[in-house]
Design a protein. Structure first.
Length: 133
């Protein structure tokens, strides 16, 4: 069941991000808009588009979240492999994504301090970088 969902989610998410999906959605909205006078802009006519868009949005949230989770996991695995493979890299960084937000913030502050993040030279480097942007 899990593999079936992931395969379907990947296919739909991939297709939904392409121009034909946008064209289809646009066509549906245009057809709905053009049929307004035919149905007298009734409550039922409005309910059709509201219900349809709500259902599609609801389902797409899960598909997009699945795709993002899969992408994030793949990127994390690749980064973990780089940390593991590079001589001198600290292996304790593997798995940091499992820390809480507060713990990650604490690690970030320690790393910035260790890299000279609070020195005047570092602050000047950041200022020069910002000027170029």
């Amino acid at each position: 069941m899990s593999r079936l969902f992931e395969t379907m989610a990947q296919g739909v998410a991939s297709w939904a991000g392409r121009p034909p999906a946008f064209a289809l959605a646009l066509a549906v909205v245009l057809i709905w808009g053009v049929t307004g006078p035919v149905f007298g802009f009734s409550d039922t006519w409005q309910l059709v588009i509201n219900t349809g868009t709500t259902i599609v949005t609801f389902l797409m949230v899960f598909l997009i979240q699945n795709a993002q989770n899969r992408d994030a996991s793949a990127i994390q695995a690749k980064l973990d492999e780089l940390v593991r493979a590079i001589h001198g890299a600290r292996d304790e960084f593997i798995g940091l994504e499992h820390l809480t937000s507060d713990e990650l913030e604490q690690v970030k502050r320690v790393l910035e301090r260790q890299s000279g993040g609070e020195t005047p030279e570092h602050q000047r480097s950041i200022a020069r970088l910002m000027e170029r942007l």
